[in-house]
Each structure stands twice: as structure tokens, then as C-alpha cells.
Design a protein around this ligand. Structure first.
Ligand code: FE
Length: 247
């Protein structure tokens, strides 16, 4: 069965990476919840998509330049009074559910990896006993390579950007995956077809999709038998999958 990951908590159904969206997702029959992590200036980890605060909060500037207290003083856009969650808070919200954590390790404002971020995140995940229910993803192949070296995770997925597909071609994507011992890739839904899926599968890679955000895309990735996909419309995706699985 193709697994469904509620992307940023289902960001077309609730404000992304917010307590509201994560509570919404916790009540859905999805297999995974996708969220994004950045470090704070005082050694904490918070869940927010961009490296800067401007788009999704009433704050400005880099996330990593603020302390947790400064970040907690901000309100998430589109909510009454939702505050940015720590990684530990998101883990605790989902621990009682059967939902897998699909954690995307983000890069800084210069698109460079944050030193030690994955290792730090894994310590928090281990403290909650959640490593076996965690999938690590990143657009940065070396970060995914680091996750490959971390034993006991449920999965590791390299998110392949369209720019990388254009610059390297599928042979280059396969070579980069091999260089980091990566076994699973995620392809943007708009760039996915049977030819792409077959090529990557015949190279021995597991294939999933991301940005599956309308019904036509959901139908396509279900038709292609993707292992997993992230979607901003998890409720629609669940209904479509259930309809197909009817006896
Ligand atoms: Fe993400």
C-alpha cells in the first residue's frame, strides 16, 4: 500500500507546522506526519519550514538567530494564537498515536547544513524512544548519508529537487544516491512519470513522491504505486486511497 504523509501537518487543510495542523493530522488515518526542523540560537530545535520567520510568523529574520523564548513570543500566521513548537513537543504530540515522524532536516539561510542538527534531533527522538518510528528526509544528500549511518531509523529519503534532476539527469541522481549509500528517493510529483519511476527502481532505489497537492497528482502517484508521498491535502488523499482499496 502507498503510504500517506501529512505534509507540514497538511498545509492546505490547516496552517503549516502549527499546533493546529499537527492536532488535525493526529486525528487522521495517515501513516506519517511530515515536518521541518531548524536549530535556535540557544541550542533548542524548533519545527518551522523556512530558515527565516517572515513568511509564516509575525517575526522577521533567521530562525537560528533567535532564542527559544524569542521564538515562542511569535504567533504563527493564519492562527489565533498558535506558537512555534519545539521538536520535543511535536514528538510528544505524536508518540501516543501510531503515526511515524517524517522529519525533514533543513539548511540555513545560506542553504548550508547546520552542523550537528541531525545528531541533536536523534538524541531527542531517542529520549522519547521514537527512533524506529522516524524517517529522516533532506534535500541535501550528505545529510541523508549521515542518516544512513545512524542505525535503527524507520527510513531515510533523499528529496531530489527538480534543479538536481535537470542538472544531473537520472544517471546523476542514481550516482549521487550510491555515493551516500542512499536507498530511497523522493521525486516532486510534477516531475514523476512511469519512465522516471521505472528508471530509478531498476537502479535499485525505492521511490516516493512529494508535493502531491491536488487530486490529479494523488491519482498519479497511486497509479504509479509509489511507496509513500507527502501531501498538503491528506484528507482528500486518504479518501482517494480508500476508494481504490475497496474490495
Ligand atoms: Fe518539508
Amino acid at each position: 500500500m502507498t503510504l500517506i504523509a501529512s505534509h507540514r501537518g497538511g498545509s492546505l487543510e490547516a496552517p503549516e507546522n502549527s499546533p493546529t495542523s499537527f492536532r488535525h493530522t493526529a486525528g487522521l488515518a495517515v501513516e506519517q506526519v511530515e515536518f521541518d526542523i531548524h536549530p535556535t540560537a540557544d541550542g533548542q530545535i524548533v519545527v518551522i519550514h523556512d530558515a527565516t520567520l517572515d513568511r509564516t510568523t509575525n517575526g522577521t529574520g533567521p530562525v537560528a538567530a533567535k532564542t527559544l523564548a524569542e521564538l515562542k513570543a511569535l504567533v504563527i500566521s493564519g492562527t489565533a494564537d498558535d506558537r512555534i513548537m519545539t521538536l520535543a513537543e511535536v514528538i510528544e504530540l505524536f508518540r501516543p498515536t501510531g503515526i511515524t515522524l517524517r522529519m525533514e532536516v533543513k539548511s540555513d539561510v545560506e542553504h548550508q547544513p547546520y552542523p550537528g542538527l541531525l545528531e541533536h534531533a536523534l538524541r531527542l527522538i531517542d529520549a522519547a524512544g521514537m527512533r524506529a518510528r522516524t524517517v529522516v528526509t533532506s534535500f541535501l544528500a550528505p545529510i541523508v548519508g549521515e542518516a544512513v549511518q545512524a542505525p535503527g531509523l524507520q527510513g531515510r529519503i533523499w528529496l531530489v529537487s527538480p534543479v538536481i534532476m535537470d542538472d544531473c539527469g537520472l544517471p546523476g541522481v542514481v550516482a549521487a544516491a550510491e555515493a551516500h549509500a542512499i536507498s530511497h528517493v523522493g521525486i516532486r510529483a510534477s516531475r514523476l512519470d512511469a519512465g522516471v519511476a521505472d528508471y530509478l527502481r531498476s537502479a535499485g532505489l525505492g521511490v516516493g513522491a512529494w508535493a502531491v497537492n491536488d487530486a490529479a497528482s494523488v491519482a498519479k502517484v497511486l497509479d504509479l504505486g509509489m511507496e509513500v508521498f507527502t501531501t498538503d491535502i491528506p484528507t482528500t488523499a486518504l479518501a482517494m486511497r480508500a476508494e481504490r482499496n475497496k474490495p
